[in-house]
Design a protein around this ligand. Structure first.
Ligand SMILES: Cc1cc2nc3c(=O)[nH]c(=O)nc-3n(C[C@H](O)[C@H](O)[C@H](O)COP(=O)(O)O)c2cc1C
Length: 217
């Protein structure tokens, strides 16, 4: 499965099998995480044992407590930390999908129980549940391209595709509070319209857009 196919097939999964992720796949994920940490100045950590990360009542009710593993999305505090977390985290999410795994970004988790290393000056922004899903999730309801961008019939194909794939991105409570504008000089502006974790959302959306732009269908 290509990364673009993974982008189209990915949905959040909240119920997992009691099946550990094989070492080979953990190695592949860790290699990608090391690259992301380097490129994005981050301290993302794959925890093969999620421990009590998801022991909150809400997580148990949603099923997330069944996730065997978790990725702790940690990085040095700074202005664009949340957006970088979203951008590189989605790269890992799509790799996981190509490996036959399922994921769910999760803002609700027990922060005190995440067995991650968080150095001074770093922040645990969010986590990603990961494992073998009991199901593959389902397509989310979506805004239209016109609602989130300045796309028109005259827009170039790459922009239209970018917006289309941006709309497939996971966003917190499916809020899709972002705006993508193609400028006259050909540059693209991404704006976050506020809301919970909207900067993480924006990074995720930008990853989808840029992947679409860089890849042929
Ligand atoms: C930043 C962020 C935080 C999220 N937090 C949670 C969460 O705490 N619990 C949960 O069940 N889903 C969470 N999600 C998953 C969203 O609900 C989901 O992405 C959205 O409904 C769209 O569905 P899809 O991912 O299947 O496309 C989160 C997603 C993002 C991007």
């Amino acid at each position: 499965m290509t990364e673009l196919e993974a982008l189209k097939e990915r949905h959040s999964v909240r119920n997992y099998l009691e099946k550990a992720i094989e070492q080979e796949k953990l190695d592949a994920l860790n290699a990608c995480i090391a690259e992301c940490n380097q490129a994005g100045n981050l301290h993302l950590q794959l925890l093969a044992d999620a421990g009590k990360t998801f022991n909150r009542l809400l997580n148990r009710a949603m099923g997330l407590s069944t996730a065997p593993s978790v990725i702790a999305m940690v990085g040095p505090e700074g202005q664009d930390l949340d957006e970088r977390i979203g951008f590189y985290g989605e790269k890992i999410v799509l790799l996981a999908q190509t490996l036959g795994l399922n994921t769910c970004w999760a803002g609700t988790f027990n922060a005190g129980n995440v067995p991650a290393q968080i150095a001074e000056g770093e922040r645990l922004v969010i986590v990603i549940a990961i494992g073998y899903g009991r199901d593959t999730g389902k397509a989310h309801r979506s805004k239209t391209a016109e609602q989130v961008s300045n796309v028109t019939a005259a827009s170039p194909e790459w922009f239209r595709k970018g917006v289309e794939y941006a709309l497939l991105a996971p966003t917190a409570i499916n809020q899709q509070k972002f705006r993508i504008e193609l400028k006259d000089d050909g540059s693209v502006n991404f704006t976050d319209l506020g809301g919970v974790f909207s900067k993480v959302d924006l990074g995720i959306v930008r990853y989808h857009f840029e992947l679409a732009k860089a890849t042929k269908d």
